[in-house]
Design a protein around this ligand. Structure first.
Ligand SMILES: Cc1ncc(COP(=O)(O)O)c(C=O)c1O
Length: 433
């Protein structure tokens, strides 16, 4: 094993994170290679800097005029578009993201967390966390309605074993008892769980009271001596449409909940800043027992993962997000307007679904947030309904695991939403009643 990896492992050995490291996680380190040497040269090589594979003239990168001319004159400098971004991301963006994270999650104020590391979108953040902290055969607890990419990442890439529990409990809310039972059922003294709220595909987020009980349940598992890694996938953070919904990420509470809890937050500019194609995500770590040295070691291991997967992330995207967050004249106003449009669509869908309540073929799952709502098809083939809707009514929806039909109301104009919902019910009736 590389001596730098050994050093990081020694630093982490008295932290909760250590026992979660996979063999990849143990081997990972940030090399003192080209990147570190060129960083050093940036400071000291005042005469000639012949370190980086980036073609420059007069200190700025070369570029194609056809590309640069697409940017408004005087907006971004060539270096903000064409240069490599630092491995962990633009420093200003990382600081801004953290500042906004604390503003949006007041419970995080004063809590020790890492500085968010920039990733190539949230998928990359989750995939790296999976590779660092889960190994073949490790159990990964997850509610049974989840983003389908988890299967590819945890089961197929890592070889971990999903431990699923029913998403909804008997009261129709999040199944906290089921979650706790699933965590306790994991053999050994380490359990891993991924929680995604607002959820894809259901569009459900816990109420304030449920959020508290979720945290209490995980703390009780930690109290019993199990170490628990909680990965919060906050892809749709902020899209909360009901007053009783918890508006803070569970990460805010897990961050200092217990020495046995290792909290990881995966989030992204993707949906929070409406920049789906930019590929800018973030990974942040916290635990009650972490020291600065632990956080530094985890950061270095993650920098190593970034280096060996994408090397560094999208530069123009990061620069544009920094400009908007820092200097945007319409930033808050635009975000508020888009939130209000999503809430309007949510309300239309809610009403349309309520109109059909009691029609037995489909049952909408409880939803209150995010971009989606989904129907339980009660064991009937959701793929059959999906293709029927597509062929007969030219309406596209998603079949989730053959038993759930997901409707992304975020991508349909308000005027069409009632018709979409009505047609889904009509089609299900035609097929199945
Ligand atoms: C629940 C969930 N997590 C993560 C992601 C991935 O986000 P990104 O596009 O930033 O990789 C998505 C995207 O659809 C998602 O629905």
């Amino acid at each position: 094993m590389n001596i730098l990896a050994e050093e990081l492992n020694r630093t982490l050995s008295d932290s909760v994170a250590y026992g979660f490291l996979s063999p990849i996680g143990r081997r990972m380190y940030f090399p003192k290679g080209i990147v570190a040497q060129s960083d050093e040269a940036k400071e000291k090589a005042k005469k000639y800097n012949a370190t980086v594979g980036l073609a420059t003239k007069n200190g700025a990168p070369f570029y194609l005029e056809d590309i640069y001319s697409m940017f408004r004159e005087g907006s971004l400098k060539p270096a903000q578009i064409f240069s490599y971004a630092p491995g962990g991301g633009d420093k200003e963006l990382r600081a801004l993201w953290k500042e906004h994270m604390v503003a949006k999650n007041p419970s995080l104020a004063g809590k020790r967390t890492s500085l968010p590391l920039v990733t190539g979108g949230l998928t990359h953040a989750i995939s790296m966390a999976a590779q660092l902290f889960a190994a073949p055969g490790d159990a990964i607890v997850c509610p049974d309605l989840f983003w389908d990419n988890y299967d590819l990442i945890f089961r197929d890439l890592i070889g971990a074993e999903p431990v699923l529990f029913p998403f909804y409990g008997a009261d129709g809310g999040f199944n906290i008892e089921g979650m706790k039972k699933a965590l306790l059922s994991v053999e050994g003294d380490h359990a891993r769980i991924i929680l995604n709220f607002p959820n894809n595909p259901t569009g459900y987020s816990p109420t304030k009271e449920e959020a508290k009980r979720i945290v209490d349940a995980v703390v009780s598992v930690a109290d019993a001596g199990k170490k628990v890694l909680v990965l919060s996938d906050d892809a749709y953070f902020g899209l909360f449409f009901e007053d009783d919904t918890e508006t803070e990420s569970l990460f805010s509470f897990f961050a200092d909940a217990h020495e046995n809890i290792f909290a990881i937050k995966g989030d992204a500019a993707t949906k929070e800043e409406m920049v789906w194609g930019f590929r800018v995500g973030f990974l942040t770590y916290a635990s009650k027992g972490f020291t600065d040295a632990h956080i530094d070691a985890l950061t270095k291991k993650t920098l190593g993962m970034i280096r060996c997967t994408v090397s560094n992330c999208d530069r123009p995207g990061q620069s544009l997000i920094v400009e908007a967050m820092k200097n945007g004249a319409h930033y808050d106003e635009d975000k508020a307007a888009i939130f209000s449009e999503m809430k309007k669509r949510y309300s239309i869908v809610r009403k349309a679904v309520e109109k059909h309540s009691g029609e037995g073929v489909l049952t909408p799952y409880a939803f209150n947030s995010g971009y989606f709502m989904a129907f339980d098809t009660h064991g009937r083939d959701a793929e059959e309904l999906r293709t029927y809707l597509l062929d007969k009514y030219q309406i596209g929806v998603i079949n989730i695991m053959g038993r759930t039909l997901r409707l992304a109301y975020c991508s349909v104009e308000p005027e069409g939403l009632e018709e979409v919902v009505d047609t889904v019910y009509k089609a299900a009736g035609e097929l199945w009643s």
